[in-house]
Design a protein. Structure first.
Length: 100
C-alpha cells in the first residue's frame, strides 16, 4: 500500500465533495446506499468498529482499514477522523486498488 497515493486521492475526493466523515454521517450514507467505500481507522473503538463493519456487511459496502485516525484526518485536511465514507464509484474503485 502506497500511503501517499491513497492519501492524496482521498484529499482530491474531499475537494470534489465526494466524501463524508464521522461515524453517524457514515452510517447514514451506508443506509441510504450512497456510500461506495468506508475507510475505518485501526485505532477506532471496539464499539465503533463493530457498528461500522456490521452495517457495511448488511448493506454490502466494502471496508478498508487505515493505520490511524491522524493519518485519515490529515488526508482530508481536518483533525483526527475515525470513519470516512467515499460517495463516488470512481474514487472508491481507485482507493480499493491502492489499499489492497
Amino acid at each position: 500500500m502506497n500511503q501517499k497515493q491513497w492519501m492524496s486521492l482521498l484529499g482530491l475526493a474531499n475537494r470534489a465533495r465526494k466524501i463524508t466523515s464521522g461515524e453517524e454521517l457514515a452510517v447514514k450514507e451506508i443506509r441510504s446506499g450512497t456510500a461506495k467505500l468506508i475507510l475505518l481507522s485501526e485505532d477506532a473503538s471496539e464499539n465503533t468498529t463493530k457498528k461500522i463493519t456490521d452495517k457495511c456487511k448488511s448493506y454490502a459496502v466494502p471496508v478498508r482499514l487505515v493505520p490511524n485516525r491522524e493519518i485519515l484526518g490529515q488526508s482530508i485536511g481536518k483533525e483526527a477522523r475515525v470513519v470516512v465514507a467515499v460517495l463516488d464509484n470512481g474514487f472508491a474503485k481507485k482507493l480499493l486498488t491502492l489499499l489492497d
